[in-house]
Design a protein. Structure first.
Length: 22
């Protein structure tokens, strides 16, 4: 599941994948 921050970081959502690898 992608983090809700995805809204704030639309182009950084890929980087968040490492933190929330779910």
């Amino acid at each position: 599941m992608f983090p809700m921050r995805r809204k704030s970081r639309g182009r950084d959502w890929k980087s968040t994948r490492k933190y929330q690898d779910g």
